[in-house]
Design a protein around this ligand. Structure first.
Ligand code: 13P
Length: 340
């Protein structure tokens, strides 16, 4: 295992106030988002959409790395250049989603366990040879009546840790993503409590599996109230709660924390990340960054609608959202940036 390369990659993923673009939607997720907009659910349309993203001029001004899906890492843009080469040539580090999805957990109604460990060592070897330098695995934790159970948190944490150890062995930086979902009417305090417990369990398992913390990136949820909770705290309150929770549970050896957006609006995700960096940037042991999917892509996807005539406008929208989040990392985002 080459620790030096791993640590260098992890640092580069959160350097210079840039963040990560998640463009690794699985087939069912991508199809669901296309279907809502009437975009044909074909491999070619997914290829065109991913080409739209990777060929956006200037994306690398704000984006350090992009997470790809297995289909995309094997695809080419229309001039025949592999997507992954387009990213590398732009100075964007390519990454790859390697889990095979969150499935119903046996004996635990309403809870999920993420699959994908079988054969992972060989898949990681191939992805490294293709040029990927980091990977992603998402665990899903649901808040509900009597859940999450300890069994669900432990099983997902152990799986994340085994994935992370395999990634490091293969020279890939693991993005460790335990996502506590926003679905439901729970309070911000409940999200805090569950997220703290999940993170503590995850770091315990990472330690047990011998994972080098300097060579991982943590991708957590922000501490937010459930989408159906009547009380919705301000960005400053979310920022305070999120940083307080992370300071309790995330070791200082971790180089960076890159949030998922999880269904927040694009503007809300930028405002909350900005509030964290305004209030705490110079005081924290790790970089506070983004690894947004929907909060960067959704406005562009809605603008594109699968039409060639909207291709360049959609790229402008993508570029803009990436820039807003770059500004949020610097504590320089404000709502007037949205008036374009
Ligand atoms: P969202 O930012 O849309 O939540 O996606 C991030 C991600 O990669 C989820 O695994």
């Amino acid at each position: 295992m080459n620790f030096r390369e791993l640590i260098k990659t992890a640092k580069a993923m959160v350097a210079n106030d840039k963040g990560i673009l998640a463009m690794d939607e699985s087939l069912p997720t991508c199809n669901k988002r296309f279907a809502k907009l009437g975009i044909p659910l074909t491999e070619e349309m997914r290829r065109v959409y991913r080409e739209l993203i990777v060929t956006t001029q200037g994306l690398a001004e704000s984006i350090s790395g992009a997470i790809l899906f297995d289909e995309t890492i094997r695809q080419k843009i229309k001039d025949g250049t592999p997507m992954i080469k387009v990213l590398i040539d732009a100075g964007i580090i390519p990454g790859i989603k390697v889990d095979t999805g969150a499935k119903d957990m046996a004996g635990h109604p309403g809870e999920k366990i993420t699959e994908g460990l079988d054969g992972l060592r060989d898949r990681l070897k191939e992805y490294y040879q293709m040029g990927a330098r980091f990977a992603k695995w998402r665990a899903v934790i649901v808040i509900g009546d009597g859940i999450p159970s300890r069994a669900c948190m432990e099983a997902n944490a152990m799986t994340l840790a085994r994935y992370a150890a395999l990634c490091q062995e293969a020279g890939l930086v693991p993005i460790v993503e335990p996502e506590v979902l926003m679905d439901g009417g729970h309070t911000l305090e409940k999200c805090f409590e569950v997220t703290e417990e999940v993170l503590r369990i995850v770091f315990n398992h990472l330690y047990l599996q011998g994972v080098i913390l300097e060579g991982i990136i943590l991708k957590p949820n922000m501490i937010v109230p459930g989408l159906a909770c009547p009380k919705q705290e301000s960005p400053d309150e979310v920022a305070d709660a999120t940083v307080r929770c992370l300071l309790r549970a995330v070791p200082a050896a971790v180089p960076g924390i890159t949030f998922l957006s999880g269904g927040q609006t694009a503007e809300m995700a930028s405002a909350r990340l900005n509030a964290m960096n305004v209030r705490f940037k110079s005081k924290l042991p790790w970089e506070l960054s983004f690894s947004f999917g929907r909060a960067i892509q959704q406005p562009a996807l809605e603008m594109w609608q699968g039409l060639e005539s909207n291709f360049h406008e959609a790229q402008k929208s993508l570029y803009h959202r990436a820039k807003c989040n770059y500004a949020a990392r610097r504590g320089e985002y404000n709502a007037s940036m949205e008036n374009i």
